[in-house]
Ligand binder design. Structure first.
Ligand SMILES: Nc1ncnc2c1ncn2[C@@H]1O[C@H](COP(=O)(O)OP(=O)(O)OP(=O)(O)O)[C@@H](O)[C@H]1O
Length: 243
């Protein structure tokens, strides 16, 4: 039987979202609220699926957690930092340090090689790519099975390989949390399974926490915790029993 996730802990949460609401302007004078007061906590090293019907608010929630969109109301602490107090620059710094992102469409730069794509975050953060950055990117590309593809451009790689490059890029700065929005949504069944297994392996070997939006029930079952959003509210939050 599924058990409830921990509610209180002596260790500070990796993230804590309280009473998060989000409204969008639609038309000139009207607003629609799509998140109606979400409470969510994640501890370091968790591996969590975020599921729910289309339009229920999963991506909106992920974007708020990723500091990509502001909330309309609520409190959000990421790694102990109350985010409402932060300037745009502070938010960017926290995002770069605490979070990695993997999207359904990998957003690799087509003119760059796999290695250059993975070192891109360092270039954007510091204006230079050091030997250490290149070594870490090379190590990660090898870890995701792309030792032979370091100098290939995205167009020379399969969809699954491109997504592996995107995963390496998300991990290059060793974030404690990776937010993934349908990371296998654009892949065939075999590539999906391989990419998902890779995420589990990274979690096991590096202790990275993952929050993964997925429509695939088999993938959700292989996560340790399942959070279901329905109509802008959390309808279920349970640990997943593994056989
Ligand atoms: N920029 C926006 N302006 C207005 N409404 C928006 C905007 N972004 C999202 N919405 C609405 O918010 C609701 C939640 O959207 P969201 O993309 O978060 O859902 P989702 O659960 O991720 O859906 P899917 O599984 O189809 O990706 C939807 O009704 C959507 O139309």
């Amino acid at each position: 039987m599924a058990t409830q996730p921990p509610t209180a802990s002596t260790t500070p949460s990796l993230l804590a979202l309280q009473s998060a609401r989000k409204s969008y302007n639609v038309g000139l004078a009207s607003e629609v609220e799509v998140l109606h007061g979400i409470d969510l906590q994640l501890q370091a090293g968790e591996f969590v699926a975020l599921v729910g019907p289309s339009g229920s608010g999963k991506s909106t929630l992920l974007n708020i957690l990723g500091l990509l969109e502001p909330m309309t109301a609520g409190r959000y602490c990421l790694q102990g930092q109350e985010t409402s107090q932060l300037s745009d620059e502070g938010l960017t710094l926290l995002r770069r340090q605490a979070l990695g992102f993997v999207f359904q469409f990998h957003h690799l730069l087509p003119a760059f090689t796999a290695l250059e794509n993975v070192t891109l975050p360092a270039l954007m953060a510091h204006g230079v790519v050091t030997g250490q950055d290149k070594a870490r990117a090379t190590e990660l590309l090898k870890a995701v099975g792309l030792a032979q593809a370091l100098h290939k451009k995205p167009s020379e790689l399969s969809g699954g390989m491109q997504q592996r490059v995107a995963i390496a890029r998300a991990l290059v700065h060793q974030p404690p949390l990776v937010l993934a929005d349908e990371p296998t949504g654009n892949l065939d069944t075999q590539a999906s399974q391989e990419v998902f297994t890779l995420l589990r392996d990274i979690h096991a070997s590096q202790g990275t926490a993952f929050l993964i939006v997925t429509h695939d029930p088999r993938m959700a079952e292989r996560c340790d915790r399942l959070v279901e959003v329905v109509d802008g509210l959390i309808a279920r939050d349970t640990h997943t029993p593994h056989p």
